[in-house]
Design a protein around this ligand. Structure first.
Ligand code: KIV
Length: 276
């Protein structure tokens, strides 16, 4: 299987080959996805919502991200591992941004970092790239701005907002990002942005015109029932499979069906006699 790097991401765009990414937060899932041939895994700060049960991503810490990115990195042989920079790990200063990006690479084993924002974070992006750390941008519905947006809403619908997003993408490209996530923006706008920049765009709720796609795995495998965004397609009913498996387990334990002899260990009769 091909090893994915920032170069393979850039080359995929040149060749017109679609990139695939999913989120993951632990070793076993990362190993499964990596084995399927996914190009990249994002250890997203969506961690806060789908794994830790927060109502948004704002409480996620660097320590949370390092802990989970380490686990994911251990499960990946071929895919590019991108560690998400949590709220307030890069907004506060350029120094904090470089320092915290460095921790995701050095301590957690990520190959690249992602941070949210356009023009307002370009200084941080430039400094992180200067430190030899590849950066993925993220514009559109950037969940760390939920309080400024007044909720999780589609972005870039007005002329001004759409123009600002095109500018943000160009500025991120100039600042040195190797790729840009476009979240929850009109498909036609994402198509324009994808044509305007030379780095691959990775869409989530941004239509088929992006250079690649990403989804939160609990969403696409139907494992997260709190909220289902319109852009999510269910690719497998893993939530139902888990419920059915757990219900059978409860029933079999209660009825004494499990564990049966085949799931136990034997002791020889001579040893057994000495125990009474
Ligand atoms: O945190 C996350 O999972 C993300 C993706 C949805 C792009 O930022």
């Amino acid at each position: 299987m091909m090893k994915n790097t920032v170069s393979t991401f850039l080359n995929s765009k040149i060749k017109g080959e679609k990139l695939t990414m999913l989120t993951a937060y632990d070793y076993s899932m990362a190993k499964l996805f990596d084995g399927c041939g996914i190009n990249g895994i994002l250890v997203g700060d969506s961690l806060g919502m789908v794994c830790l049960g927060y109502k948004d991503t704002l409480s996620v810490t660097m320590e949370d991200m390092i802990h989970h990115t380490k686990a994911v990195a251990r499960g990946c042989d071929n895919c590019l591992v991108v560690g998400d920079m949590p709220f307030m790990s890069y907004q506060t200063s350029v120094y904090d941004a470089v320092k915290n990006a460095g921790r995701l690479i050095k301590e957690a084993g990520a190959h690249a970092v992602k941070l949210e924002g356009g023009a307002s974070v370009c200084e941080q992006v430039e400094a992180i790239v200067k430190a030899q750390i590849p950066v993925m941008g993220h514009i559109g519905l950037t969940p760390q701005s939920v309080n400024m947006f007044g909720g999780f809403k589609v972005q870039g619908k007005s002329e001004d907002a759409a123009k600002a997003l095109i500018e943000d993408a160009k500025k991120l490209e100039a600042a040195g990002v190797f790729s840009i996530v476009l979240e929850c923006i009109p498909a036609k706008l994402a198509e324009i942005i994808s044509k305007e920049v030379s780095v691959p765009t990775i869409g989530i709720g941004a239509g088929a015109g992006c250079d690649g796609q990403i989804l939160v795995y609990q969403d696409m495998l139907n494992m997260f029932s709190d909220f289902k965004p319109k852009f999510v397609k269910t690719f497998a009913n893993v939530g139902e499979a888990i419920k059915s498996g757990v219900t059978s387990y409860i029933k079999e334990v209660e009825e004494g069906v499990f564990p049966s002899e085949e799931h136990g260990f034997k002791i020889d009769e001579e040893t057994l006699k000495k125990l009474y």
